[in-house]
Ligand binder design. Structure first.
Ligand code: MG
Length: 217
């Protein structure tokens, strides 16, 4: 694959940062614990697919879940930024799915091992269309939802995040230099559930401001 971002010719996807445990309701359903700092993990760029793409269930998993999330596209090189200025680093937003092999993740969690395998398979990072981030967009009040075969499974709002988008960007920028093209998956609300071959998954951000339809094989 090439790594060009369809909406922004000349800009390529960079690092994919993901935040775990960012909604209390999801922490509760996973029987996880709230953390003092954001939980950070990465996905490889090879996991990205787009509208109309197909998620491939790997042979090694029997339980793959959808996690609908607000996705931020970074537009500026950013290091050590304070939360109050962090929104200026956002170029665009999208709806995305942090696809997760839950059974493999459970084994990793029990062993104190990384989540990379359970989160990073090819096709495990579907993203919808990117919308330019403008001052009228309130990152702390965006609806995200996902349906499977027409049935709503998750419907949340970014106001329920434990770490706001600006806090996430600030935190990440104090550990890593963020670059244009980097993505940040900002965590999922409650309602994660299994997906099966043949399923049609539809996700949207703020009433289809950004939307995504993907298939499962
Ligand atoms: Mg997630």
């Amino acid at each position: 694959m090439d790594f060009n971002i369809p909406e922004y010719p000349g800009l390529q996807f960079g690092t994919i940062y993901c935040i775990g445990r960012n909604y209390a309701s999801h922490i509760e359903e996973m029987k996880s614990e709230i953390t003092e700092d954001p939980v950070v993990f990465l996905k490889p760029r090879s996991s990205i697919i787009f509208n109309g793409g197909t998620i491939h269930i790997p042979n090694s998993s029997r339980n793959v879940h959808h996690e609908v999330e607000l996705v931020l596209l970074i537009g500026l090189e950013t290091r050590n930024i304070e939360p109050g200025k962090a929104a200026g680093s956002v170029k665009a937003i999208s709806v995305g799915l942090d696809i997760t092999a839950r059974d493999l993740q459970s084994v990793a969690k029990k062993g104190g091992l990384p989540w990379s395998l359970s989160k990073g398979f090819d096709t495990f990072a579907p993203v919808g269309n990117f919308i330019n981030f403008t001052p009228d967009i309130d990152l702390e009040n965006l609806d995200i939802d996902v349906s499977v075969n027409g049935e709503t499974r998750q419907a949340g709002n970014t106001s329920h995040m434990l770490f706001s988008c600006e806090e996430i960007i600030s935190y990440l920028s104090k550990q890593f230099t963020l670059y244009p093209g980097d993505l940040i998956f900002t965590g999922t609300p409650e309602g994660v559930s299994s997906i099966m071959p043949g399923d049609v998954i539809q996700a949207s951000l703020q009433k289809k401001l950004s939307s995504l339809t993907v298939y499962v094989q």
